[in-house]
Design a protein around this ligand. Sequence first.
Ligand code: ADP
Ligand code: MG
Length: 309
Amino acid sequence: MDIDIKKPLLEVQGLWKVFGLKQPDFDPQDEEALARMKDSGVVFAVRDVSFEVKRGEVFVIMGLSGSGKSTLIRCLPRLLKPTLGQISINGQSVSDMDEKELIQFRRHETAMVFQHYGLLPHRNVLENVAFGLKLRGVPPSERLEQAREAIVQVGLEGWENHYPAQLSGGMRQRVGIARALVQESDLLLMDEPFSGLDPLIRREMQETLLQLQREVHKTIVFVTHDLTEAARLGDRMAVMREGVFVQQGTPQEIIDNPSDEYVERFVSDERQFYKSPRKPVIYFPKKKRQARPLPRVTAPAPLMAAERR
Ligand SMILES: Nc1ncnc2c1ncn2[C@@H]1O[C@H](COP(=O)(O)OP(=O)(O)O)[C@@H](O)[C@H]1O
Ligand SMILES: [Mg+2]
């Protein structure tokens, strides 16, 4: 397949996701009909969203809970089927794929990290990271080697034989990231991966992600409800409200020029932060990828219960 590297990796055009639609289709131009449908309980979770993400870019989708972020990011690899609109990833139209093509496409072209880890409880760290490669048909010895490499990259060397229940939330999310890295897909989809973590650990994970991104140059779509996180991580971002992208731009552009009151409310606290340097300091050495010493965890981690929803 020929890939034009100057083209955006991800292109989304006129995307809608409507829940509870009673008839098979609707006219997106007919505002009155849309309002009536809404009154009758139809949910317009994503409304006419268009955006592009360039190769190597981190694009953040930010909005309050219920604004449609998860629905949107799940539509990208068609974990949810969009109601209307076009999605193209790496020059391939996701909207046109049949089920078989989709399964292959998801395994090879996308990797996803969620807030609630989704680790396999009866498999250790190494097996969890290698699992996706098994599905892709990579031979066992190669799988383990690639998994070990990714584990070092996320700073978990020495924890290969531990089980998810023996890890803290931050460490489990490192496993989630290692599992996504090992997929070697260009596109990484992250839905509030750090939202369940304590502030300090969260900050540390943001730094880890920025550091990794300098090495691996993925194209990342990152969902958060936190503008500080968005500003730290995003090259560009979109603010979402009730299914609509109300503003798109660099974090700086949005903070300097919020398009309406909703955005202004997010932004007013953040201005403070922007008086300090833009990107956080990275504490660990760049060249030699020594795993950082992580605190010893006595199993089971006390955070576990609180983190489960
Ligand atoms: N499967 C579903 N059926 C009906 N409504 C849904 C479904 N999934 C999400 N929604 C609704 O869509 C809206 C957006 O939800 P979601 O995408 O989860 O928002 P966010 O991730 O920003 O919190 C919410 O009103 C939610 O209740
Ligand atoms: Mg969500």
